[in-house]
Design a protein around this ligand. Structure first.
Ligand code: ADP
Ligand code: ADP
Length: 221
């Protein structure tokens, strides 16, 4: 299993955001999380990504038991294994799309030529290979900007992609283009994807889903 969450409880102060969650995701699977606002989906995603720590329970991701890691080790774990995509794209407007995608590589000290090559390959993988990489994010449509954000998330070749409402700001036709991008990444890279979504139309793209309510998984399929 690429992701194992076992009996996880998460309290924010007195408030139980997760009340005993068990979830296993095999490698290379596209897992969706659905359920109403406040049901704990983002919290679960943060715990899988090593952003948040569980109050109780065990979390093993990409072969690493996250319970055993301190904050520095968690940061290292995230850098190595996890790509994040959000509802808002968080691209840097003054930088070209190529520079945006190169950013995680700059932070890792990858040399310029190699960086460029990897960023162009990531843009190609998300179906943005035909777009002038010198363009600025604001010159692109919302769906194109999200695909650039996905390219930035996968340019370091993480094993796992975590997406929190990645289509929340997109119309439904564009949302499907983003889903096709995820399917391509799954096929080409064998990457494991966990996506939180409100859009039930997108469930057809997922291999599995888990429905949450009040901090628990109440249904799976
Ligand atoms: P156990 O081995 O303790 O029975 P499992 O890991 O088999 O626990 O699963 C416990 C519960 O979590 C099951 O009810 C299952 O429906 C749910 N579950 C586990 N993995 C997933 C998944 N990837 N997607 C949805 N639900 C899951
Ligand atoms: P969802 O993603 O399903 O909308 P969340 O995981 O964001 O749900 O939130 C679950 C519950 O935990 C909500 O009631 C939310 O208000 C609470 N919560 C989430 N993050 C925090 C936090 N950092 N501090 C306090 N409460 C939080």
């Amino acid at each position: 299993m690429e992701i194992v969450v076992k009996d996880v409880v998460k309290y924010y102060g007195q408030y139980p955001a997760l009340r005993g969650v068990t979830l296993e995701v095999p490698r290379g699977v596209f897992q969706c999380l659905i359920g109403p606002s406040g049901s704990g989906k983002s919290t679960l995603l943060h715990i899988v990504g090593g952003v948040d720590k569980p109050t109780e329970g065990e979390v093993v991701v990409a072969g690493t038991r996250l319970n055993d890691l301190n904050d520095d080790q968690l940061a290292e774990f995230r850098n190595k294994n996890i790509g994040f995509v959000f509802q808002l794209f968080y691209l840097i407007p003054r930088m070209s799309i190529l520079e945006n995608v190169e950013l995680p590589l700059i932070l890792r000290g990858v040399p310029k030529e190699k960086r460029r090559e990897m960023a162009l390959e990531a843009l190609r993988l998300v179906g943005m290979g035909h777009v002038d990489p010198k363009k600025k994010p604001t010159q692109l449509s919302g769906g194109e900007q999200q695909r650039v954000a996905i390219a930035r998330a996968i340019v370091t070749r993480p094993r796992i992609l975590l997406a929190d409402e990645p289509t929340g700001n997109l119309d439904s036709a564009t949302a499907k283009v983003v889903m096709d991008t995820f399917l391509t990444l799954k096929k080409e890279l064998g990457i494991t994807i966990v996506m939180v979504t409100h859009n039930l139309e997108l469930l057809t793209y997922c291999d599995r889903y888990a429905k949450m309510r009040d901090g628990k998984i109440i249904e799976t399929g």
